[in-house]
Ligand binder design. Structure first.
Ligand code: UDP
Length: 352
C-alpha cells in the first residue's frame, strides 16, 4: 500500500510538543515500512524523523485542543500549517491508497467526504471539545471503518461502545532494555501541562521521601513554575526532554513510573515504554493506563486522584516482578502486533 500519514499541527516532529502522537507516527510508519508498504509523512517544518520520508510543510501551528475550553469555536491562524498540510494531501492524494490523519483537529474530519481517497483517522485524545465530538461522530456515522481509537476508555468519552476499532499502541521493543532496579528513584514522564497532574506525583514523592525524576517537555511554563513554588522541598529532579535512547536508559534504573493524569488519557505511551524497561507502572484507574497495567502483576491501578493510593502502591512495589513487566510489553505492545492491526485496518478500508 501507499500511505500518506498526516502529522499533528501543534508542533514539529521531534520537539515533544505533539506528545505521544510523535512516537505513534514513527512506530506505525516503521512497522508498515518493514512489511514493504510505502509511507510518506507530512509534518510541520523542522520535523525530525529518521528513516521515514517526510514532506515538511510551513505555516503557523494550531493551539492544542486540550489547552482550551470545551466550547471554544474552531480557529485557524493565518497561513495555517494544518490547512497547508491538508492542501498538500489534496494535491497528492491520487498517488496514495489511504491518507491517515494522526492529529486531533477538526479540519481533517470535516474534509473526509471531500477527498476522493479514503481518509483514516487515528484519534489521539479523548473528548475535550464539543466541536470535535460532533465532527468525529459525524465522520463515524458516514465512514464507520475510517475511525480508530487507542483505548475503549477513550472511545467511551465520545459515547462509543466496545464495537469501535481500538488499536492500542506499540513501541520498538529493541530500543528499550530491561533494567534491574539500580536506584530507588521514581519516574514521571510526559508533557508538563495541567491535564497530566504532575503535582500529584510530586506530593507522593514528598510524602515518601523518594526522589522523583521528571522527564518531558515543559509545555506550560506557568504550571511548572507553580509546582516548583508550591513544593519547594519536594525531592524532585527535572531531567529535561530526552531522546528515546536516553529516556529508556534512565527510566530502566527507576523503581517505578508514576502516571497521574487528571484527564482520560487516550492511551499513555509512557506506560508501555516503562513496562518494556521492566519498570512497574503505578497509575490512576482511569483511561488508557487502566487497560494497560495488570493490577498487582505489572504495577498498580489506584483510585483516581488519590495521593494515598499512590503512596500505598509505592510501598508495595517489591511485590512486582520486573520480568513480568517486560513480558507483558513483548506479548501485547510489539511493533509487529501493531503492524498487524493497522495493516488489517487499511486493508478493510480498501476492500470496502
Ligand atoms: N517523551 C520523550 N522524551 C521525554 C519525555 C517524553 O520522548 O523526555 C515522549 C514519550 O516517549 C511519549 C510521549 O513523550 O511517546 C508522551 O506520550 P503520552 O502518550 O504518554 O502522552 P501525551 O503527551 O500524548 O498526552
Amino acid at each position: 500500500m501507499k500511505l500518506l500519514f498526516v502529522s499533528t499541527s501543534v508542533g514539529a516532529l521531534g520537539t515533544g510538543l505533539g506528545g505521544g502522537v510523535e512516537l505513534t507516527i514513527k512506530n506505525i510508519a516503521q512497522a508498515l515500512q518493514q512489511r514493504g508498504h510505502q509511507i510518506q509523512v507530512v509534518a510541520p517544518t523542522e520535523s525530525v524523523l529518521t528513516g521515514i520520508p517526510v514532506r515538511e510543510i510551513s505555516g503557523n501551528l494550531q493551539v492544542p485542543a486540550q489547552t482550551q475550553d470545551r466550547d471554544v469555536p474552531i480557529c485557524l491562524p493565518d497561513n495555517s500549517v494544518l490547512a497547508n498540510m491538508w492542501e498538500y494531501a489534496r494535491q497528492v492524494q491520487a498517488d496514495f491508497d489511504v491518507i491517515v490523519n494522526f492529529a486531533y483537529d477538526w479540519l481533517p474530519f470535516y474534509l473526509t467526504p471531500f477527498f476522493s481517497r479514503p481518509v483514516a483517522h487515528l484519534v489521539s485524545m479523548a473528548s475535550v471539545s464539543n466541536a470535535m465530538d460532533r465532527v468525529i461522530k459525524g465522520a463515524i456515522a458516514q465512514f464507520p471503518d475510517y475511525i480508530a481509537f487507542h483505548s475503549y476508555a477513550q472511545a467511551a468519552t465520545f459515547g462509543l461502545t466496545d464495537s469501535c476499532r481500538c488499536l492500542g499502541n506499540a513501541i520498538d521493543l529493541s530500543l528499550y532494555r530491561f533494567g534491574e532496579i539500580a536506584t530507588s528513584n521514581l519516574a514521571w514522564i510526559g508533557r508538563i501541562a495541567p491535564e497530566k497532574a504532575l503535582e500529584d506525583a510530586v506530593v507522593a514523592a514528598q510524602k515518601t521521601g523518594i526522589t522523583l525524576k521528571i522527564f518531558g517537555k515543559i509545555q506550560d511554563k506557568d504550571y511548572w513554575e507553580k509546582i516548583c513554588r508550591d513544593y519547594p522541598d519536594a525531592p524532585i529532579e527535572y531531567v529535561g526532554f530526552l531522546s528515546t535512547a536516553q529516556l529508556q536508559q534512565q527510566l530502566s534504573q527507576c523503581q517505578a513510573l508514576l502516571m497521574t493524569p487528571r484527564w482520560v488519557e487516550a492511551f499513555g505511551n509512557v506506560a508501555i515504554e516503562a513496562l518494556a524497561c521492566g519498570v512497574p507502572v503505578i497509575a490512576y484507574r482511569r483511561g488508557g493506563p487502566s487497560e494497560i497495567v495488570r493490577d498487582g502483576e505489572t504495577g498498580f491501578l489506584v483510585e483516581p486522584d488519590s495521593i494515598t493510593g499512590l503512596v500505598d502502591a509505592i510501598a508495595r512495589l517489591d511485590e512486582i516482578d520486573r520480568h513480568a513487566c517486560r513480558e507483558q510489553a513483548e506479548q501485547e505492545f510489539s511493533l509487529e502486533a501493531m503492524g498487524d492491526r493497522t495493516e488489517k485496518w487499511f486493508e478493510e478500508i480498501l476492500q470496502k
